[in-house]
Design a protein around this ligand. Structure first.
Ligand SMILES: CC(C)(COP(=O)(O)OP(=O)(O)OC[C@H]1O[C@@H](n2cnc3c(N)ncnc32)[C@H](O)[C@@H]1OP(=O)(O)O)[C@@H](O)C(=O)NCCC(=O)NCCS
Length: 404
């Protein structure tokens, strides 16, 4: 039986590359939209060759961001290529791109041109920066994270600003863009018209950095890097506690609410220190903050002789917020994550078995099984037949002219 999906029948012309754009269309693919990657015949999405270990073989980076999409090649620098794309736009619901500022206009498909071809098309663009002094600048994740505040918040006052591990400048921007696209689809039901959506990577990172502005409001100064301690400087424990084992990640993060003593009292019980419940040094978040070193010493006594999994389980069972520091390999091997398709293994024609994270949004009436990313131009025959009624002979002809 075919599975139902939330975005069944929604057709997306996807001109995205690398991560900021592809993560947007990845989200839409996993919500059920039909994503057609329209790629430069000369190498395709630049992410295909980014950080690949084998020339001509798609990179794992690309494979992580382009599951469940179809790929066609189309040279938009040729007039025939532009004609074909124009015909496809007439049948599309959404077009998304994240080229450098000015590129899509040079190719002839800026918002005004596309709106003229098909006013129903929802037209989404991701750039590094919004209108202002940087609007013509190119960008990547770490540029957005620098200019959007997150580097200034990561590390400790003693370290230089640090690049956060997760790529919120890229995937964070793609997800913001997907929210705009979904809202525009809803609005189109009332108006019958598409609209332009623009998301700047810098702006998306500022949104992720939102809570740091509370620190600024409280102190009147720029928010500082707080390491693992409570960013607002108002409670303890908040920290990484060393556990049994000598691995790089043998730690457990333990945090208790700023809102009172409930978690703290449970924590004391769980580590066998009920005697300290109500102790003057620790009986409010502010006092624990003032005695953070002592709090850390107490907890380390407990964690040192237990593995991070034991610590997480004991504290989690006791109702205390605690998280073992898991690395990508541990996550990959986690049975519960596999069972709920947060970790999925697919078969790729060039790379064989490939494991990737799935989609975290679980819906009762919409499900897409994770499938592998497409090879460059893999779906030329079927997509050009479906969308434009082109035959294999037509495609041979287009290929001989370097149009596809
Ligand atoms: C990512 C980025 C830095 C790459 O910069 P770049 O490679 O110098 O510039 P572009 O992405 O515009 O280059 C794409 C080129 O491929 C060409 N191209 C793309 N698709 C094509 C197609 N189907 N047919 C023919 N040519 C195509 C473009 O015309 C362009 O070449 P041109 O500049 O000579 O016109 C830049 O695109 C950017 O800043 N994007 C916005 C922010 C962003 O999303 N960053 C990526 C985060 S992961």
């Amino acid at each position: 039986m075919a599975q139902s999906t939330a975005l069944a029948g929604i057709k997306v012309l996807d001109l995205t590359q690398f991560e900021a754009g592809t993560s947007c269309t990845e989200a839409l693919a996993w919500l059920g939209a039909d994503i057609i990657k329209v790629e430069n015949p000369d190498g395709g999405d630049q992410g295909r060759s980014a950080s690949t270990d084998q020339s001509g073989v798609d990179s794992p980076y690309f494979m992580l961001l382009n599951a469940n999409k179809r790929s066609i090649t189309l040279n938009l620098r040729t007039s025939r290529g532009r004609e074909l794309f124009t015909e496809m736009l007439k049948k599309a619901d959404i077009m998304i791109e994240n080229f450098a500022p000015g590129t899509i206009e040079r190719l002839g498909f800026g918002f005004d041109a596309v709106h003229e071809i098909n006013p129903r098309v929802i037209y989404a663009q991701i750039k590094g920066f919004g209108p202002g002094p940087y609007e013509n600048y190119v960008s990547f994740d770490m540029i957005a994270q620098s200019a959007g505040g997150s580097l200034s918040l990561t590390g400790t006052p003693e370290t230089e600003p640090l690049k956060p591990g997760p790529t919120i400048g890229d995937t964070g921007t793609g997800l913001h863009c997907a929210i705009g696209v979904l809202a525009a689809l809803h609005q189109r039901q009332q108006t019958g018209k598409g609209q332009r959506i623009q998301v700047a990577m810098q702006d998306a990172v500022i949104n992720f950095s939102r809570i740091a502005f509370a620190r600024q409001a409280l102190s009147g100064e720029a928010a500082v890097r707080s390491g693992n301690r409570s960013a607002l400087g108002t409670t303890a424990p908040s920290g990484l506690y060393p556990c049994k084992g000598d691995g790089l990640n043998d730690y457990c993060f333990i945090y208790t609410s700023r809102a009172g003593n409930r978690h703290w009292d449970r924590l004391l019980k769980a580590i066998g220190r009920e005697d300290l419940i109500g102790d003057e040094r620790f009986n409010s978040p502010q006092k624990r903050w003032a005695n953070h070193d002592e709090v850390d010493r107490l907890l380390t006594e407990f964690t040192r002789s237990r593995t991070k999994r034991e610590v997480m389980q004991t504290l989690g069972d006791a109702g205390v917020p605690a998280g073992a520091v898991y690395d990508t390999l541990e996550l990959t091997e986690d049975q519960a994550l596999q069972d709920r398709e947060m970790i999925v293994t697919v078969d790729h024609p060039e790379r064989g078995k490939f494991t990737l994270p799935g989609w975290p949004v679980k819906m009762s009436d919409s499900h897409v099984d994770v499938d592998r990313s497409p090879l460059l131009g893999e779906h030329n025959t079927e997509v050009y037949a479906e969308w434009l009624d082109l035959t294999p002979d037509d495609l041979e002809d287009l290929k001989s002219q370097d149009i596809i």
